[in-house]
Design a protein around this ligand. Sequence first.
Ligand SMILES: [Zn+2]
Length: 141
Amino acid sequence: MLKIDSVEKGLVIDHIEAGKAMEIYKHLNLDKMDCSVAIIKNAKSSKMGKKDIIKVEDNINMDLKVLGFIDPTITINVIDNGEIIKKINLELPEEIDNIAKCKNPRCITSIEQEIINKFRLTDKENKVYRCVYCDTAYEHN
Ligand SMILES: [Zn+2]
């Protein structure tokens, strides 16, 4: 079992907006991996009031790019021997595949199920992503 307050080797995904941990858990496909995962919900944070934290044992290859799309203020600490050896800063990815769905019912991705959803960052300042097929803006829920 993974200890809640210490990770020997792995990743600590910190400063997750309170309540978002499960969404991130799903997006990273952690449910399909057999590594130990600890989810801490509503941890106290001086900066945010409340936050969620996910701790993952072992260094697994995960597509962390998706986190930049969900929330670029999330921080990732890479832990080895119980110490932080690296901090990963997230950025808004230029393009995202198969993470968000286009809401336009006339979009080719809504009609043809096998076409993957693709969005491109079109306005960095306002975090606007648009469907590459029909130009519909993605709205974060
Ligand atoms: Zn579309």
